[in-house]
Design a protein around this ligand. Sequence first.
Ligand code: FPP
Length: 246
Amino acid sequence: MSTKDLLNKEKMPKHIAVIMDGNGRWAKQQGKLRTFGHQSGVTAVKDVTEGAAELGVEVLTLYAFSTENWNRPKFEIDALMSLLVQTISKETETLMKNNIRLATIGDTDSLPTGVKEKLEKAIAKTSVNTRMTLVLALSYSSRWEITKAVREIANEVKEGKLDIDAITENTISSHLTTSAWPDPELMIRTSGETRISNYLLWQLAYAELYFTTKLWPDFRKEDLYEAIYNYQNRERRFGMISEQVK
Ligand code: FPP
């Protein structure tokens, strides 16, 4: 029996965020280059995307490249960028067939022109799709995003378009790059690291965090089901007491 059969369809998270970690260690364990780990990570991306869509998840956000990842050796950055281009070219049709929309969050202007163009094309082509949105966080960091939001809000105040007293949590949420989607209810990180690493800091305020020691290239649908099963069996209290949420 699969853990999938144990999942409660009524309690499916609408938005799942993932930190895909451990590609480098996975490759090293096999005596291969780190870039081989990233290539193998694409299989996991495909399997988990398909699995999430089948479950009726509305938004799946994958941390594919952080602002801090620009500090990696040039060889690895170049390999990751060409892997992105190749994967987008190869998989846009799969996204179309599965009615999945592609979106990005992050400072995509800092990506190489070729990557940006491929992404823009795929985003435009898949924009008609409605089953699930696959969001790639690229050149993304939460502090970058929050700083950008603060600047935009301050500018609106300066121009007299917004009253300081009218600033609410919603004002901030609506200036984040994720404003089109609900906050993630579940965040999964692979590879045994138990950090958030500058990922969706505002949006994860009430998310359940799930950490697994599996390395990303080994992560599959079945592992996704286990994470969701674990999430569904937690009590989410949002600061209230147990009796109030029952
Ligand atoms: C973290 O592992 C992973 C990344 C920085 C990149 C993730 C990219 C992919 C899975 C492939 C491309 C993705 C798409 C969406 C086409 P790490 O390198 O930090 O591993 P380590 O912690 O073991 O060194």
